[in-house]
Design a protein around this ligand. Structure first.
Ligand code: SAH
Length: 289
């Protein structure tokens, strides 16, 4: 459904957020959590995949696989069914990558939101996580990771960098499709929150950093993939230089009006840029708090 437009990098911002309908999902002026859910509701026929559970969570996440005697079991079974329904919806919305769908099926999103919001964790919307920030809607998490995996290495991702850890949910999904995940958060309270949310899941391949993600992580670079969970008016140069040649960066770009930009490093000093669908993210900000 998504039409693509490949251009040479660098480009002015207007080329990313222009007012034409090119590069947008047909018939959708602006992709919001609401329109995404409405879209999903309009589709009737679909064949949900049968994703296999990544072994990492099958064996390491007691919260997802409670013992038979656990009092929490009925609630967990409900979560599993609701999460499966979310994955079915993702298929209807156009997510095709089986590995991404399996990861979305395995990641316990309800454990990353405030307990008061846990019952809403699997709806297709972003939800507040404190500090005026949000956990991204499931569709956009899946879509961005799907785009990252659609690379020249057949989906292989050794090292991935995420800018904007937030509550840590997307980092967890990434950890199931990449060998190593580095994630940076600029708000100390959220960095701590993500650590606390991820600790009980014993995920061995995520490294959380507190800092300004606009600078990237030179000490761990280069990365096969970089994913931004916050929108800037442009993608910081430092990040482009931390991609391997052949690597992909996916980022929301713009202010009030935003679109996903896919940037691929095509050579030591050349990058190509593809404008994808509209999106809506919290702003990328400088410095730390
Ligand atoms: N991936 C997150 C979504 C978090 S929302 C999740 O799964 O929950 C985006 C996050 O980006 C916010 O937490 C915000 O504080 C953070 N952010 C914004 N600018 C940043 C920067 N320059 N460096 C690091 N994090 C940043």
């Amino acid at each position: 459904m998504t039409s693509k437009k490949t251009r040479q990098f660098p480009l002015p911002l207007s080329s990313v957020v222009d007012s034409s309908s090119k590069g947008r999902r047909a018939g959708i002026d602006r992709l919001t959590p609401q329109t995404a859910s409405r879209n999903a509701a309009q589709h009737h026929q679909h064949n949900p995949p049968k994703p296999t559970l990544p072994s990492a969570l099958r064996t390491r996440a007691p919260a997802v696989v409670p013992s038979a005697t656990s009092v929490a079991r009925p609630a967990m079974l409900v979560s599993n069914a609701v999460r499966r329904a979310m994955v079915d919806r993702l298929v209807v919305q156009g997510i095709r990558d089986e590995k991404v769908l399996a990861a979305m099926d395995a990641a316990p999103r309800h454990l990353f939101v405030d307990p008061a919001l846990a019952s809403q964790a699997y709806i297709d919307a972003s939800l507040p996580i404190g500090y005026h920030q949000t956990i991204s809607q499931p569709y956009i998490v899946a879509r961005m990771i799907e785009i990252l995996r659609d690379n020249r290495q057949g989906g292989k991702l050794d090292k991935v960098l995420e800018i904007g850890t937030g509550c840590g949910y997307q980092a967890l999904v990434l950890s199931m499709v990449a060998k190593e995940v580095y994630s940076i958060e600029r708000i100390k309270g959220l960095h701590e929150l993500a650590k606390n949310r991820l600790r009980p899941l014993l995920v061995p391949n995520i490294r959380l950093h507190y800092g300004d993600g606009m600078l990237g992580l030179p000490q761990a670079a280069p990365f096969d993939g970089i994913i931004l969970a916050a929108a800037g008016m442009e993608v910081p140069d430092a990040l482009l230089k931390q991609l391997v040649v052949g690597g992909r960066l996916i980022a929301p770009v713009g202010g009030e009006r935003q679109a996903l930009a896919l940037i691929e490093r095509t050579g030591p000093s050349s990058w190509s840029r593809t404008v994808m669908e509209d999106c809506h993210f919290v702003p990328l900000r400088k410095g730390v708090v």
